[in-house]
Structures are given as structure tokens and as C-alpha cells.
Write a protein that binds this ligand. Structure first.
Ligand SMILES: [Zn+2]
Length: 347
């Protein structure tokens, strides 16, 4: 479908009538490239908004597959996607391609780690955070600061959400705000605090809006404050960070990137609210899904599509991707998950 940016008939007509965007801003959006990491609750809303706004190239990355309890807040997906057991990145691409066939969408099913983040970021004008954990965000911060790519942090828990726009070299980075991630178990998770779909919508829209400013040529309009809001208490706090970056930030001043170097961070993750553990093995060779499905069929109930194999074995649900990465459902104990993997998938 072609679209000539006619101010009357274009699909972007209403957006172009907003003076700061105009035809010129729309052209810039169509020529821009954005990376959305995480296609869960925040990422669904972010990707939906950017695709409809006409960001010309969207790269969507997610490590997980769909489950029924995602549909409460992950607005891109439906019951058919859950029944098909699709990875979120693929289901998101399928849906968005029907909404805007004019843009390019690249779906990547992968866990983001220090071995692939620089490749995922290459050629990108802006990175938008749809993740649910600080370990990944500190890696994103290292990579974005190193490459000088603007990125927008967002996070939600309960009815509270927060966001910060980071222009490397110009504004404070995530490590200026907090030198280290909160230690595991020290803060509530969406398991204990729950999550409201409403706060997701607000924070994700804020993040997408910041991306639209950057991608349409209005970096100067981006928010320079750390915004924290609570929809249940109806409060908004905006905290001014120092005019420039922190004087001695290990990341943006001293340019130390330990997450990017693989010195910090791990390859296991307890998935928030899922009673599941992810195990990943960067550098491991490809796994044959056909062979694995045959092997697992001897011990449990197996389903398979071209993106993954899933087996229910006793209390566990194993999902294995072609790169060997696995999500072990039915436990939050990392060593238990490792032994389940070793027993049924092998090393
Ligand atoms: Zn910094």
C-alpha cells in the first residue's frame, strides 16, 4: 500500500496536522529505525504506537512465548496466538504487519545479552525499553551509551510507573540515577505487587512519545526529568537530575561497560510472575527441534511449531528454542531448572 503523505488522504494525516510533526517530521519518522526490546506489556503498547505512527523500520526483540495470563495487558495478542504457542516477537510482527504494511518489521526471538546487543543496536536511531528486569536494562544502558544511541527507560509495578529519557553524553544515564541494580529479592516483583494494565498504558505511551520526538527530529523536546507516577494515589513526581551527567558516573563519565563486557549479569533468569526459569547458553550450537521433539515425545506431551518445542513432563513445562535456550516452567529454583534441562534436553 502506498502513501504519498497527502495532508488530506494519508494514513498519517491527523498526526501531520500536529504542527511539530508536519510532513517533514513524518518523512523523518518513515526514514527512521527503532529497536524495541521486550514485547510484553510495555513493548506491546510501544510497538503498536510506533508502527501506527509510521516509524519506517521497527526491530522487535523478545525471548518469551505467549500464555493466557498475558492477554490482560499485552494488547497486541489474542487467544489464537496463545493457542498456537507463538513467540511474542513473531505474534507482534504478524499483527503489526496487518496494521501498517508500509513499514518494515524485523522480529527477533532471542534473549538479549552481551553477545548480541551491539548487533541488535546497529543502525538504530533510538532504543525503547519494554523489558521487565534491571539486569537487561543495565546492559542496554552500557550498549546505548557506548554507541551514543538515545534510549528510553520505562518500568512499572503495581500501580506505579517510572520513565527516563537518556541522550548519551547530553543527559544523565541509568547509572547516574542508580549506580547498581537492586540486589535480587530486595524489591517487590510483579509476582508480589501485581500489575495494572492502566499504568502500563501510560508509561508505554510516554516512552513511545519520547521516541517519536527523537525520530521526528525533536530531540530538544525530550523530557529532561525522571518521572515517577502512581495511578492509584493519583500522584506524579518529576525529579530534576543534575543539569548534565553525574560527575563520576562509571558508565557515561568513566566509560566502563561491565554488562557489555559480560563481567556482570548472568545467563539465567527467574521470569517475573511466571513460576519459570530461563536458561540460556550463548555460543551453544543450534538444536534440531525435530530431533528434540521426537526425544521428548517418549517422556511427555509434546507440541512443536517452527519457532519452538514445548513438552509437559510431570509438573514441568519445558520450552526449547533453536539456539538451545529454554524456559522451564513449574519451578523458580535455578538449580532445579538446570537439572530438568540436563535430564530431558541434555548439555
Ligand atoms: Zn551516567
Amino acid at each position: 500500500m502506498t502513501d504519498d503523505l497527502d495532508i488530506q488522504s494519508s494514513r498519517y494525516a491527523r498526526q501531520m496536522r500536529f504542527p511539530p510533526i508536519g510532513v517533514d517530521g513524518q518523512r523523518k519518522l518513515l526514514a527512521s529505525r527503532a529497536l524495541v526490546i521486550g514485547c510484553g506489556a510495555l513493548g506491546s503498547v510501544i510497538a503498536n504506537t510506533l508502527a501506527r505512527a509510521g516509524v519506517g523500520n521497527l526491530r522487535l526483540v523478545d525471548r518469551d512465548f505467549l500464555e493466557l495470563n498475558n492477554l490482560q495487558r499485552q494488547v497486541l495478542y489474542d487467544e489464537d496466538d496463545v493457542a498456537a504457542g507463538l513467540p511474542k516477537a513473531i505474534a507482534a510482527k504478524n499483527r503489526l504487519a496487518k496494521i501498517n504494511s508500509q513499514i518494515e518489521i524485523d522480529a527477533v526471538v532471542a534473549d538479549v545479552d552481551h553477545t548480541n546487543i551491539l548487533r541488535l543496536l546497529s543502525g538504530v536511531d533510538c532504543l525503547v525499553d519494554g523489558t521487565d528486569n534491571f539486569e537487561t536494562r543495565f546492559l542496554l544502558n552500557d550498549a546505548a551509551v557506548k554507541l551514543g544511541i538515545p534510549w528510553i527507560y520505562g518500568g512499572c509495578l503495581g500501580a506505579e510507573g517510572q520513565t527516563l529519557t537518556i541522550l548519551p553524553g547530553e543527559t544523565p544515564c541509568l547509572r547516574c540515577l542508580m549506580p547498581d541494580p537492586p540486589p535480587p529479592g530486595s524489591s517487590p516483583t510483579c509476582d508480589s505487587a501485581g500489575i495494572l494494565g492502566t499504568v502500563i498504558g501510560v508509561i508505554a505511551s510516554w516512552e513511545a512519545n519520547e521516541a517519536i520526538k527523537i525520530l521526528s527530529g525533536h530531540r530538544d523536546q525530550t523530557s529532561k526529568v525522571w518521572t515517577v507516577l502512581d495511578l492509584w494515589d493519583s500522584t506524579v513526581r518529576q525529579i530534576k537530575l543534575a543539569g548534565s551527567k553525574a560527575a563520576d558516573c562509571p558508565c557515561c563519565t568513566r566509560r566502563e561497560f561491565p554488562w557489555l563486557a559480560g563481567e556482570r549479569g548472568s545467563h539465567t533468569a527467574i521470569l517475573c510472575g511466571r513460576n519459570a526459569v530461563q536458561l540460556s547458553f550463548p555460543g551453544k550450537g543450534a538444536v534440531s527441534l525435530d530431533q528434540l521433539a521426537d526425544k521428548l515425545a517418549a517422556v511427555g506431551q509434546v507440541t512443536k511449531n517452527k519457532y519452538l518445542v514445548r513438552a509437559t513432563i510431570g509438573q514441568y513445562q519445558l520450552t526449547v528454542f533453536p539456539d538451545g535456550r529454554a524456559v522451564i516452567g513449574g519451578t523458580e529454583d535455578v538449580s532445579e531448572a538446570r537439572s530438568v534441562y540436563a535430564k530431558f534436553v541434555g548439555n
